[in-house]
Design a protein around this ligand. Structure first.
Ligand code: GDP
Ligand code: ZN
Length: 300
């Protein structure tokens, strides 16, 4: 039987089969041998051990389209990062860190700002200026007033999307709109294990029925917890500017080759900043991250 891993916790995997049943499975030894661990998002084959109790065993992990390290999930097409326009105000530092992380893993990102109902036009224009310029799709929604949700849904359809965002921005409210029976999908059993183990929350994949196409089983949203500390590995102060694609066209105007755009004179990027061609928010973040990377202890 073919299925998809919705959630893994304490050695149990919750697998939804294409007939919309959920089986609690173990991954018997074979994976330790091949040194591959099942991930949320994996397509798998399972043997059903007990149909009544919905118990099974994973026998095969099908080839992965891709695999993210952070969050550890497989077969993801894109990421949606959710912030609020206000209440709480977005942390641009966190947003840029997230964008850098996803760019490093070659994953397209849609930036989604919620709570449009309590924000001004100016506040929204500011955000567009900063983030559309560097090539991201920027979407404004109000979960509360159900505005912009159709556009978001159109972007999700037929894809597996990881959804991330700091707390308070409306992530659970949005998830509830997209997956009205979210709480039902995994069921009591896994919640009991979770409570018992007092674990931190895990990534969890939800099947979005309403949006699935003719083949039926193709739209998923992954709720990814743990957003507060996004470490930048693989990024150095020298290559940080590669994550700011909007700088590129001004770099030939810098007087010095290899200009870091921080303290050098006659810097094309800083000039573009002064002329309002580059967003202040983005540039300030670049500086903060640059400083952080400069002060970081080298990795041995
Ligand atoms: P989470 O911490 O990201 O899961 O956020 P919640 O979904 O729990 O929402 C946090 C608060 O924001 C709650 O009080 C929601 O009612 C409120 N909220 C969510 N969406 C909207 C929205 O579109 N507009 C407004 N004004 N409030 C919202
Ligand atoms: Zn420069």
């Amino acid at each position: 039987m073919r299925g998809k891993i919705l959630k893994g916790i304490a050695g149990f995997y919750y697998i939804e089969t294409s007939d919309e049943k959920i089986y609690e499975c173990k991954a018997k030894g074979i994976f330790r041998k091949d040194n591959i661990k099942p991930l949320v998002g994996d397509d798998v084959n399972i043997d059903i051990i007990d149909e009544e109790k919905r118990l099974g065993n994973i026998t095969e992990i099908l080839p992965r389209k891709n695999q993210l390290l952070r969050p550890p999930v497989a077969n993801v097409d894109q990421a949606v990062i959710l912030f609020a326009i206000v209440k709480p105000n977005p942390s641009f530092n966190l947003l840029d860190r997230f964008l850098i992380m996803m760019r490093g893993q070659n994953l397209p990102v849609i930036i989604c700002f919620n709570k449009q109902d309590i924000a001004t036009k100016e506040e929204q224009e500011e955000l567009i200026k900063a983030y559309e310029k560097c090539g991201y799709k920027v979407l404004f929604i109000s979960v509360k007033e159900e505005k912009g949700l159709d556009e978001l849904k159109a972007l999700l359809k037929g894809k597996t999307t990881t959804l991330a965002g700091p707390s308070g921005v409306g992530k659970s409210s949005l998830l509830n709109k997209l997956v009205p029976d979210a709480d039902m999908q995994i069921g009591e059993l896994s919640r009991k294990i979770e409570r018992g183990k007092n674990t931190t929350r895990h990534s969890e994949l939800f099947y979005v029925k309403e949006l699935s196409g003719d083949e039926g089983f193709d739209t998923f949203v992954i709720d990814t917890p743990g957003f507060t500390s996004l470490e930048l590995r693989d990024v150095t102060k020298e290559n940080l500017m590669e994550y700011y694609p909007e700088f590129e066209e001004y770099e030939p105007l810098c007087r010095f080759g290899g200009c870091s755009h921080i303290a050098e004179p006659d810097c094309g990027v800083k000039k573009a900043l002064e002329e309002g061609m580059i967003s202040k928010v983005r540039y300030e973040n670049y500086k903060v991250l640059y400083d952080e990377l400069r002060n970081a202890r080298p990795d041995y």
